[in-house]
Design a protein around this ligand. Structure first.
Ligand code: GTP
Ligand code: MG
Length: 200
C-alpha cells in the first residue's frame, strides 16, 4: 500500500474528544520509549509527523494522524514509565484503557515490544488484558537494528514460547526497525488487508 498523505489531525486527553468521523483507526501502544512514535513516522516516511524523544514520556495524549484521508494511525502515551507519580501513572492508564475499550472505530491495536529484552511482565499483562477484553491486536518487535539477525530470531522465538504458555497460538507479529525501515511493507500490508475487509 502506498501512503500518499499523512497529516496530524488532533491530540485528545480523552476518548470523547477524539475525531468524530467514522474512519477506521489503528493504534500503537507499548512501554514508554519502545518506539511507537518513531514507528508511525517510519510507516509514513515522515520524520516530523509524531514527536519522538530519547527521554521516555514524550507522548502524553491520544494523537490522531489521518492517512490518505481515509484512515487513522493513533499514537498513544506509553505505559510503565517509572519516573512518574502514582497519580500520573493512573491518569495515563485510564486514558489508554478508556480509549481502547470505548473507541468503536479502533480496529486493531499494535503492541510494541523491544526485541532486545526478554518478555516483560508489564507487556504480557497488557497483552492478556487485550485478550480478555476481546480487542484484536498484533505484536510489533521494535529496534531490530540494535541486534544481529540471529539474536533477533532467538528473542522472537523466546517470546513466542512465553506467549504459548498462556495463548493457544502466537498472534500476528512483525519484526521492525524504524532506523532501517525494516518491516514497513508487512505492517502496511496487514493494515491494508484489514481496511479492505471492512469495506466488504
Ligand atoms: P513515549 O512517547 O515516551 O512513550 O515513547 P515512544 O514509544 O513513542 O518512543 P519514541 O518513538 O519517541 O522513541 C524512543 C527512542 O528510541 C528515540 O530515541 C528513538 O530514536 C529510538 N528508537 C525508536 N525506534 C528505534 C529503532 O527502530 N531503532 C533504533 N536504533 N532506535 C529507535
Ligand atoms: Mg511517543
Amino acid at each position: 500500500m502506498e501512503i500518499k498523505t499523512s497529516e496530524f489531525t488532533l491530540s485528545s486527553p480523552m476518548v470523547s474528544m477524539c475525531p468524530k468521523d467514522n474512519k477506521p483507526e489503528y493504534a500503537f501502544i507499548g512501554r514508554s520509549n519502545v518506539g511507537k512514535s518513531s514507528l508511525i513516522n517510519m510507516l509514513c516516511r515522515n520524520k516530523k509527523l509524531a514527536k519522538t524523544s530519547s527521554t521516555p514520556g514524550k507522548t502524553l495524549l491520544i494523537n490522531h494522524f489521518i492517512i490518505n484521508r481515509e484512515w487513522y494511525l493513533v499514537d498513544l502515551p506509553g505505559y510503565g514509565f517509572a519516573k512518574r507519580s502514582k497519580k500520573e501513572v493512573q491518569k495515563l492508564d485510564q486514558m489508554i484503557r478508556g480509549y481502547i475499550l470505548e473507541r468503536e472505530q479502533l480496529v486493531n491495536v499494535f503492541v510494541l515490544v523491544d526485541v532486545r529484552l526478554e518478555p516483560q511482565a508489564i507487556d504480557l499483562e497488557f497483552i492478556n488484558w487485550l485478550g480478555l477484553s476481546s480487542v484484536p491486536f498484533a505484536i510489533v518487535f521494535t529496534k531490530a537494528d540494535k541486534l544481529t539477525p540471529t539474536k533477533v530470531k532467538a528473542n522472537v522465538a523466546a517470546y513466542e514460547k512465553k506467549m504459548l504458555e498462556t495463548w493457544e497460538e502466537m498472534p500476528p507479529y512483525f519484526v521492525t526497525s524504524s532506523e532501517k525501515s525494516q518491516g514497513r511493507d508487512d505492517v502496511l500490508a496487514y493494515i491494508e488487508q484489514i481496511t479492505k475487509s471492512l469495506k466488504e
